[in-house]
Design a protein around this ligand. Sequence first.
Ligand SMILES: Nc1nc2c(c(=O)[nH]1)N[C@H]1C(S)=C(S)[C@@H](COP(=O)(O)OP(=O)(O)OC[C@H]3O[C@@H](n4cnc5c(=O)[nH]c(N)nc54)[C@H](O)[C@@H]3O)O[C@H]1N2
Ligand SMILES: Nc1nc2c(c(=O)[nH]1)N[C@H]1C(S)=C(S)[C@@H](COP(=O)(O)OP(=O)(O)OC[C@H]3O[C@@H](n4cnc5c(=O)[nH]c(N)nc54)[C@H](O)[C@@H]3O)O[C@H]1N2
Ligand code: SF4
Ligand SMILES: [Mo]
Length: 743
Amino acid sequence: MASRRDFIKISGLGLLGLGVTGGAWSVLRASTAWEDLVAEGIRFSPTYCEVCFWKCAGWVYKNEKGDIQKVVGNDDDPHCNGRLCPRGTGGTGMYHDPDRLTTPLIRVTENGKQTFRKASWDEALNWIADKMKQTKEQYGPESVALFSHGTSGDHFEHLFKAFGSATLAGPSYAQCRGPRDAGFKATYGAGVGSPEPTDIRDTRCLVLIGSHIGENMHNSQVQEMAEAIDKGVDIITVDPRFSTVAGKSKHWLPIKPATDLALLLSWMHVLIYENLYDKAYIEQYATGFEQLKQHVRRFTPEWAYGITTIQPDQIRATARLMAAAAPAVIVHPGRHVTWYGDDSQRSRAIAILNALLGAWGRRGGFFLKEKASLPEYPYPPYPQPRWTWRDTLDGRYALADEAVTNTLIEASIPKEGQAARIKGWVITGTNLPQAIPEKGKMLQAIDALDFVVAIDTMPMEVTGFADVVLPECTFFERYDNLRNAPFREPSLALRMPAAEPMGDSKPAWWMAKQLAERLGLGAYFPYKDFSEVLDWQLKQIGSSLEEMKKTGVIRLPRKSDNLYIKEGEPMSFPTPSGKIELYASTMEQAGFDPLPNYIAHPEPPEGYYRLNYGRAPMHTFSRTANNPNLTDLMSENDLWVNPKVARIWGLENGQYVWLKNQDGMVSDFSIKVRITERIRWDSVYLVHGFGHNRKELSRAFGKGVSDTQMITAVRTDPVMGGTGMRGNFVTFLMQEPTKIKES
Ligand SMILES: Nc1nc2c(c(=O)[nH]1)N[C@H]1C(S)=C(S)[C@@H](COP(=O)(O)OP(=O)(O)OC[C@H]3O[C@@H](n4cnc5c(=O)[nH]c(N)nc54)[C@H](O)[C@@H]3O)O[C@H]1N2
Ligand SMILES: Nc1nc2c(c(=O)[nH]1)N[C@H]1C(S)=C(S)[C@@H](COP(=O)(O)OP(=O)(O)OC[C@H]3O[C@@H](n4cnc5c(=O)[nH]c(N)nc54)[C@H](O)[C@@H]3O)O[C@H]1N2
Ligand code: SF4
Ligand SMILES: [Mo]
C-alpha cells in the first residue's frame, strides 16, 4: 500500500495530467488514478467544504477500512486551486467529533425539570409535521419561519416554498454582507455576491477597509493576495488594529473606529480635485459626477484628519497611489460590513470610489463574473404565499433584497393587544444565539413561539432552545446541491457521501423529504435519493453523476468572452439610468441620502473600550469552536488590549478578566488578556465564535468570551435593516462576578 504522501501525489498527477476533452468543455478525468487506487483498497471521493461558504472542492480520503482519514483540495477547483485552508483541512474534525448529535431529541419535562429525551425519527418527524399542519390551518403556512445558513438550508427552503411559506431568512444578510450588496446595487445595479469578483491576482493596488484577508481565510482570495504580494502589489490597510495583512501593507492607516466614511469622502475629494479620476470611464459609464464633485468639495484631507486621526499627507499619498495603479486597483467591498448602522452608505462610498478609479469591470479591479446555467429539476410550481418576509419589514428598510433575520424575530413577539404573526421556527445550519445580536429579543420570541425545531450537527446553543432537535450528518456523509457559484469562469462541484451517516444522523434532503411526505407534499420530492436530482441536472448539460464522481469539479466555458469591459465598449448597467449611479436614484427615491455623508457615532463612556471583533485563520464563527483538530490550533479567544490601557488597569499578559458592557451585560466566562500595540487604545479586540455555554460541547464550553453576548446595542441600517454591531463598549472586571450557569 502506498503511504499517505503518495496519495496526494497520485491524485494530483492523476487529475491534472490526464486532461481530455469531453462534451462541450474540457473535463479532467482521473479514471486511471481512481481505478488504481480503488484496486489498492484506497478510496477517495469528491466533496466541497462546509466549514465556511467559500465552498472549496476537495477529495476525501479513506483507508481500506473505509474510515475517513483526511480531506485535500481539488487541483481543478478555482475556489481553492488544490489547497484547502487550515479550517477546511481540519474539517474532518466535524465528522470525528465525539460530541456530535447522533439521534433526534424531544424536549420533555421530568420531575419538573425540562430535558431532552432520545426519539425515533418517526416520532420526531410526526411531531414536527403535526405542528406545521396545525399552524398552517390556524394561521396560514406563512406563520412558520425558516432560519438557515449553508447547504442544508437549500433543502428546507424547497420544503418551505412547497408548504407555502416565504418567511425565510439567514444571518448572511442582515448580520453580514447585506449593506455591501445594497450599496453596490444602488451604484452598479447589482450586488457583489459570493465569491467576490475581485481580480486580486492582477491588481496593483489593494485597499482593505477593515477586510482582514489572511485572518478572514476565504481561500482563493488569500491565495491571490499572496500571489499579488509576490508581484509587488501595494496594499493599503485601513484598520484600527494591526491585522496580519497590515503587516504586509505599504500603508497601514490605524483609523479611529467608526470614521471610515470621512476617509472615503476625502479620498474622493483628492481624486476629483487633483484630477486623478478616470475621466473617460466616468464620462462613458457614470451619472451624477457633477453632484458628487460638489458634494465632496468640502471633504478635504484636513477635514478628515480631525475625524479619522489619519494625517492629511497620508490621505493624499494613498489616494495618489490608488490613482497611479488604476484601473488595476481594488477598494475591497468587504463582507462582514454590519458595523455602525450607516453601513450601506459606507459601502456606497466604496462603490463610488471604485467607479472613480475605473476599477469595475477592469483587469486588476473587478472582473465580470459568470456562473453555469444549470437547469432546475422539474418540481411542481410553488404556491403563492399570502405574505412574505418582506411584510415583516412593516415599511422599513426599503432597499432590503433579502430577508432580515431581526424583523422575523420581532414578528414572532406578540405586541400589546396583537398576536405575533410568526408562530413556529425551523432553524438549520445557523447558531442564532451566537450569530444574531440582541439576545433579549430572541428569548422573548422563543418564549412566545408555539414550536421551535433545530437541525444541527452539534449540540450548539441553538439546540438548547428547541422542542425537537434533528441531527444532521456532516457534509462528509451526504449529497447536497451542486456548487454553482459565479467566478471568472463557471464551474460545478459535487459533494457526495464519503461515509455512512454516523449514528442515527441523516442528511437534510432526507429530512425535508420525510416532512414533505407527512405534509402531503411528496410531489415536490419525487425521488428516492437526492443523487437522482444531481444526475438529472448533470445529464441536462451533457455530463452525469458517474462522470462527476471521478472529477469532483467541472469547469465550463464562459458564455460571454468579456471577463473585463473592453476599452470604450458600450455597457449598460442594471440601474434605473443604465449607468453607474454616483448619485443613486434608488436611494433618493427611497428617502435616503443619494450621496453618502459622514455622521459621528457614539464614543465609549469613561473607562469603557469599543468592542472590536473579527476572525482567526483556524476557526469559522462558532461552528468550529469544538472541532478537535482546530481546538488543537486555538482553543479559546484572547482579548487584545493596548499597553497604555493595560497600565491604567494594572492588567498583565495572560491574566483572565470578565467583561461588562455599557448596558451592564456581564460575560458568562473570562478571557485571557493579551497586551499588544497592535490594537488602538480606544478599543479591545477578540475573535468571534467563542464563549460557548453548552456543557455538551466538551472542548468549547466556557472557553473565552462570546462577542455576541456583549452586543446588546444594535445600530440598525435604515437602508436594508443590517444590525450594526460595533457600537458596543466594554470594561474589565477582575473578579468572577457571578456563578457560571449553564443555559
Ligand atoms: N478564518 C475565517 N475566515 C472567514 C470567516 C470565518 O469565520 N473564519 N468568515 C467568513 C465570512 S462569512 C465573512 S462575512 C468574512 C468577514 O471578514 P471581513 O469582511 O474581512 O471582516 P470584518 O468583520 O469586516 O473585519 C474585521 C476587521 O475589521 C476591523 N475593524 C473593526 N472596526 C473597524 C472600523 O471601524 N474601521 C475599519 N476600517 N476596520 C475596522 C477589525 O479590526 C478587523 O481586523 O470572513 C470570512 N472568512
Ligand atoms: N457577534 C458577531 N455576530 C456575527 C458575526 C460576528 O463576527 N460577530 N459574524 C456574522 C457573519 S459574517 C455571519 S456570515 C454569521 C454566521 O452565522 P452562522 O452560520 O449561524 O454561524 P455559526 O455560529 O457557525 O453557526 C453555524 C451552525 O450551523 C451548524 N452546522 C454546521 N454544519 C452544519 C450542517 O452541515 N448542517 C446543519 N444542519 N448544521 C450545521 C453549526 O454546528 C452551528 O450551530 O454570523 C454573523 N454574526
Ligand atoms: S475557505 Fe477553508 S473553510 Fe472555507 S470552504 Fe475553503 S477550505 Fe473550507
Ligand atoms: Mo459572513
